[in-house]
Design a protein around this ligand. Structure first.
Ligand SMILES: [Zn+2]
Length: 173
């Protein structure tokens, strides 16, 4: 086989002329190794867009879903036992603080008490499954605090109310 441009004698399988670099008949479909830059196809774009839409929908559903009351009660206690009063406040109604104040207490003082019982002394908290308490938007939840040797330390009964779609700690009964 001869090069079509310069006439150099080439091997039958030669894809490029060794003398002038012109492609031979064999080399017509030959890529020189520098690949085409990757470009997303229409399917790639549709696929990526679908995944994105699905993610957004899941995020919205997740944001709209209210936590079950037991989870709220557990989170409230966890925040309280770690003296994270700000976090606890987000999970309670303003009524809770008024209720506490009328008993000469406040969230901070109770949080200190829980902190000393549980976080400092290795005690544990057990939150019961909240039970209906009179109305559809009221629940009662029992919380027991145990010392690190397993002996019961304190027992609390709290009222939870539904505020919008969320359950919130409302009162220490
Ligand atoms: Zn040539």
């Amino acid at each position: 086989m001869k090069c079509q441009k310069c006439g150099t004698e080439l091997h039958e399988d030669q894809k490029v002329c060794i003398a002038c670099g012109t492609r031979t008949i064999r080399g017509d479909n030959y890529s020189f190794g520098d690949k085409e830059p990757w470009r997303p196809t229409k399917n790639h774009i549709i696929g990526a867009a679908s995944v994105l839409v699905l993610l957004i929908v899941l995020l919205i559903i997740n944001a709209m879903r209210a936590d079950p009351p037991k989870v709220v009660a557990e989170e409230w206690f966890n925040a309280m036992t770690q003296r994270k009063v700000k976090d606890a406040r987000k999970l309670s109604t303003p009524d809770l603080e008024e209720n506490l104040q009328s008993h000469g207490m406040d969230l901070m003082a109770i949080s200190e008490e829980y902190y000393s019982d549980i976080t400092s002394n290795g005690g544990s908290v057990k939150v019961s499954e909240p039970k209906p308490a009179g109305s559809k938007s009221t629940l009662s939840v029992d919380v027991s605090v145990s010392y690190n040797n397993g002996e019961p330390a304190r027992q609390y009964n709290l009222e939870m109310v539904k505020v919008g779609k969320n359950w919130r700690m409302n009162k220490i009964l």
